[in-house]
Design a protein around this ligand. Structure first.
Ligand code: SR1
Ligand code: MG
Length: 394
């Protein structure tokens, strides 16, 4: 076995990434490897390594000590690589079909070496290119039900759950979410950016006291409600897909928080397509309904068969729990719609619309729908009512 010379943290080069791959004995000793840095996210380096003769490949992901989307002026803890690796291992045990296999992790180098998913495409990119991914919503519903149930007090038991809460304390990455999702979009913060043509819409949002009050309630929930182990950044850029497979990646924002946060991010990122993909709106509405219905059915099954809290195993408490998750998910979806429109990290679904008039019209819809979901989430009591509200805005 060859040994990696690098033992201290430094950003990997493509050559050192190859050296690391060889040291893992994943490829044969004489393999001719090629490597390309393919990371297009906001925070990390991602190397794709392939054996030029064979069909084998792997991915090496490395955390950078700063937020790539902003630059070195925004330092960011490398500890997130361990959180991400631990979350991938945890979620991989609970929902193995939907999580990449992890081969190796190193906390000092801040690297995770995992299964090559290059036969799949990032779902956001696929959707923008016209892919339909007929199974993605069923898969995400199952992934959400399994990861959220089995990490809760009901699936794990309160003592084991507390151990996990401790393991996934993630203050630095939570702070990013607290700022970028629940704070900055609601005042004139430096991190915001949006077209001049949206200024009056955005100013109206900043002056909306009821909206700001409701966002504070959602932020308090995010800060204080340790219900389940969340992925924490479950947008369509964190999902690899094909017509038959779905893999959820990048859980570096994982921590114990309110279950509706992950569900709401999935809803919101499908809603971007409902709004911009005008020819295929029904397809994405159907995806949203499927995510919720599959989640609800699978969560109900797990609640009834694997619940560790004897007194909680009643239909009444299950209904209460699902209603709370649904209400929360609408509020968090509203926050995600607004922050991806006017905050620091936008989505290509909106920003790639070339015609400015069309783009601004779409962005006004995401802002409007975001406000409605946040303010009216208590009255929107089921998925049918949710979809009617969405259609009122279209
Ligand atoms: C500075 S990080 C900006 C955003 O990128 C990540 O994917 C999260 O969504 C975060 O809010
Ligand atoms: Mg990410």
């Amino acid at each position: 076995m060859s040994h990696l010379k690098q033992t201290h943290y430094a950003p990997l080069t493509e050559a050192v990434a190859i050296e690391l791959a060889l040291s893992l004995n994943f490829f044969t000793e004489n393999a001719v490897l090629s490597c390309k840095e393919i990371g297009d996210g906001n925070l990390n380096l991602v190397f794709h390594i392939v054996d030029e003769q064979g069909s084998k490949g792997l991915i090496i992901k490395q955390a950078l000590p700063y937020a790539k989307v902003v630059g070195e002026s925004w330092p960011l803890t490398l500890k997130r690589a361990k959180i991400e690796a631990d979350a991938l291992k945890t979620f991989g045990q609970l929902a193995p079909d939907y999580v990449p296999t992890i081969y190796f992790t190193d906390d000092v180098l801040a690297v995770t070496v995992m299964e090559d998913l290059s036969h799949l495409l990032i779902a956001r990119t696929g959707f923008i290119n016209g892919e339909t991914y007929p199974l993605i919503s069923k898969h995400l519903g199952e992934y959400l039900a399994k990861t959220l149930f089995y990490t809760s007090d009901y699936g794990l038991g309160p003592s084991a759950k507390k151990e996990q809460v401790q393991m996934f304390i993630n203050p630095e990455l939570c702070k990013i979410t607290e700022d970028l999702i629940f704070t900055d979009p609601y005042f004139d913060a430096d991190t915001n950016y949006f077209e001049d043509g949206l200024l009056s819409d955005v100013e109206a949002l900043w002056q909306d006291d009821e909206l700001r009050f409701q966002v504070n309630l959602l932020k308090r929930s995010f800060l204080t409600e340790a219900e389940v182990l969340l992925h924490g950044d479950l947008h369509t850029g964190s999902v690899f897909a094909s017509n038959s497979e779905t893999k959820v990646i990048d859980p570096e924002f994982a921590f114990y928080g309110p279950a509706g946060f992950d569900i709401g991010q999935v809803f919101a990122n499908l809603l971007f397509q409902v709004i911009v993909n005008t020819k295929n709106q029904e397809r994405f509405v159907h995806h949203i309904e499927t995510v919720w219905n599959v989640f609800k059915d699978e969560f109900t099954h797990l609640w009834n068969t694997e619940n560790k809290e004897i007194l909680a195993k009643t239909d009444k408490f299950l209904s209460y729990t699902l209603a709370k998750f649904f209400e929360d998910s609408l509020g968090f979806a509203g926050c995600e719609l607004i922050r991806r429109t006017i905050g620091l990290a936008h989505v290509t679904d909106l920003d790639s619309i070339e015609d400015e008039k069309t783009r601004l019209a779409a962005k006004r819809k995401t802002l409007e729908l975001g406000k409605i979901l946040i303010k009216q989430r208590k009255e929107i009591i089921n998925c049918a009512a949710f979809i009617s509200k969405v259609k009122e805005v279209l």
